[in-house]
Design a binder for this molecule. Structure first.
Ligand code: ZN
Length: 507
């Protein structure tokens, strides 16, 4: 057996374990009886420990050494070379991080989430604060163990968005602020858009039927996936052959579930579009559960969901084509609504307290606020006890609204309670990338907008699959962008998109 084949067989088993963990996670969030929580937690902890042991093992070190020697003659961007390099990077990190620290973080994450689940509805930040301090202390230790030159945040980003760092993100946010804040000021001065009809009674079964119909038109393959309901929508894959998604139905608010499904369909198209030969390799995206080093990851994934949800699903041509079909499902609810009213309502901009309900214009401001705070928390400029007040100040600076309670403020997201510092930037990176990719697609595919307006999504999907999805985690963010668009990461196309669309909606 060749050295690479042996290496690949070892990685394939790791991939099987990770996909099994994913399946258990899917079950926890969609089907599991509540009484199974404790034993399921034990099962998942056992599998996670086995994965970590295998990733850090001396055996993998030997397999890597031999595989590296063997692929040295391959083309530098071949899948074999990239797979070996990706695992080498993850292996190097695993050797730097003490197992005791991983264990302590896992314990504190579980405790932090439990305390947060009680502290949030009770509006009791003081109760959560000591746990947040512990999680930050351990995260700083993790950053020190992984290593960085400029900012501890850079080390944590290595897990999710390896090409990014604190300095690049700060520059990105300055550019976005300069473009978005004046636009938002103009919008909030304009007359409010009527969206009251979105809050009528919309039965979940019809929402589901319409959402699935569109997911199918976008290209979601139901033979290789399924769609369920869950409290928090997500997409999860167990290889490209089994890519599942969920949504959350609110019968008194129409957009939540359908745009949620468009969003998850974007994630799912990425997973279903990964080249078959990458199945069970380190370049399949199920592998990001470890360290996302070396390959396109969270931000690129998010660019695909945002592209289908917003650039396509919230566009005027989309609704001019599909609104009548939506009204077939809801003939009485939408009887007095025309397509332009509907288009304006689902693109209504309104500064609000809650990130997950935010519109396209204000969403990135929610992210900026969080990233600025978590950078400050990690480098010691910000003290945990000052967080609630700082949150309110930034909310009012950026959005002009401030929460009265911490439930709607600093306690609203699960991320920090789970010790996840560095995952928020992916949402904004995804937005920015979605505009760069869409811009490139329009240049590359002749007649793209005509096809989209006619409901033919294949040319766009095929282009995305060929340029992006097929490669899985082969290329990092910067390299992928350059290959796909010929450009570097830049906020300008996204800002141009926002100004064009919302300048017209709010003249
Ligand atoms: Zn997403």
């Amino acid at each position: 057996m060749s050295a690479y084949t042996e290496f690949a067989a070892y990685i394939a088993e790791l991939n099987d374990l990770l996909c099994t963990l994913n399946l258990l996670t899917w079950d926890v969030r969609t089907q599991m009886p509540p009484a199974a929580a404790e034993t399921r937690g034990q099962q998942m902890a056992t599998l996670t420990r086995i994965v970590q042991e295998r990733l850090a093992s001396a055996e993998l070190g030997r397999l890597l050494d031999r595989a590296e020697a063997e692929v040295r003659a391959d083309a530098p961007d071949s899948y074999r070379v990239r797979a070996v390099r990706s695992v080498r990077d993850a292996y190097a990190i695993s050797q730097r991080v003490p197992p005791a620290l991983i264990g302590a973080l896992a314990v504190q994450r579980a405790i932090g989430q439990r305390v947060w689940e009680e502290a949030k509805p009770a509006n009791d930040f003081a109760r959560f604060a000591p746990h947040l301090k512990t999680l930050l202390r351990l995260s700083r230790e993790l950053a020190d163990a992984i290593g960085y030159t400029d900012h501890p945040y850079d080390a944590l980003l290595l897990q999710y968005e390896p090409d990014m760092n604190a300095a690049r993100l700060t520059a990105l946010f300055e550019a976005l602020k300069a473009g978005i804040l004046p636009l938002l000021r103009r919008i909030t001065a304009a007359p409010a858009v009527d969206a009251s009809f979105l809050y009528r009674h919309y039965p979940a079964a019809q929402q589901r039927a319409f959402g699935l119909e569109i997911a199918g038109k976008f290209g979601y393959d139901f033979q290789r996936g399924r769609v369920d309901a869950s409290a928090h929508p997500f997409e999860i894959s167990m290889t490209r052959q089994d890519v599942r998604m969920t949504t959350r139905y609110q019968e008194n608010y129409l957009p939540g579930a359908i745009f949620g499904l468009f969003h998850e369909t974007g994630h799912a198209l990425y997973e279903q579009g990964i080249a078959p030969e990458l199945t069970r390799t380190a370049l399949a995206s199920d592998f990001v559960g470890l360290y996302a080093v070396g390959g396109a990851t969270f931000g690129v994934h998010e660019s695909q969901s945002r592209l289908w949800e917003n650039q396509i699903g919230r566009s005027r041509p989309f609704w001019h084509l599909h609104f009548d079909r939506l009204r077939d499902y809801f003939p009485t609810q939408l009887a007095d609504v025309d397509v332009e009213q509907f288009y304006r309502a689902v693109n209504r901009v309104q500064p609000s307290l809650i990130r997950v309900e935010a519109d396209e214009v204000t969403y990135n401001l929610h992210i900026m606020l969080r990233v600025e705070l978590e950078m400050g928390l990690l480098d010691g400029r910000i003290d945990v006890d000052d967080l609630p007040a700082l949150w309110r100040r930034k909310m009012s600076d950026y959005l002009g609204v401030a929460p009265e309670t911490d439930t709607e403020g600093v306690l609203q997201d699960i991320h920090w309670s789970a010790g996840q510092f560095g995952t928020f930037p992916a949402y904004t990176i995804g937005n920015v990338l979605s505009a760069q990719f869409m811009h490139a697609a329009r240049r590359a595919v002749a007649g793209l907008d005509d096809a989209l307006a006619a409901g033919d999504y294949r040319p766009l999907r095929d282009w995305l699959a060929e340029k992006i999805h097929r490669h899985g985690r082969t290329f990092g963010l910067d390299e992928l962008l350059l290959r796909v668009t010929g450009e570097e990461f830049a906020a300008a196309p996204y800002l141009a998109y926002l100004h064009q669309k919302y300048g017209e909606l709010y003249p």
